[in-house]
Design a protein around this ligand. Sequence first.
Ligand code: 4NP
Length: 172
Amino acid sequence: MRYTANMLQASTSKPAILFVCLGNICRSPMAEGALKSAAAKIGLDVIVDSVGTANYHIGQAPDPRAIAVARANGVDIGGVIGRQLTEMDFLDFTHIFALDTANMAGIKARAPRHGTARIALLLDAVEGREGKSVPDPYYGDSQEFEQCWKTIDEACHALARTLARDGVNARF
Ligand code: 4NP
């Protein structure tokens, strides 16, 4: 489901995580599904959503290859609907995670002065992989989607553990 500003503001005590890639059809929907699944496994209450910095795929379902690799790993991301990063996202979410450094730059360029979300890379949540990007699998084959899922899923398990420990105050 998509969250409105009011729903998010009514729940300031729990982390609200937004994943951001370019198209919101491959990496960030996979991260959305992986974190929801990792959180459910450890009983973590967290809001999770995903967007793109670009407007290419607004209103679209994830790439069939992303849906397939998630499904093969027991996660359904077929209901994600592509949307683009908005100014409100910087207020509605406690943390915004870019999937790569290029999109991190895009996020920072759009951040309003009054934005409150902490901005980091997804792999900043993984010890030893700080500062690294999750490569774009869009022009790759199914093997690249599998590797992409593995990287994102491991990172989301690490992220879920940190959020369970530190909640909205988690720093990356
Ligand atoms: P994503 O992958 O950013 O992981 O969703 C891409 C999706 C679409 C395009 C590029 C990357 N594109 O150029 O349309």
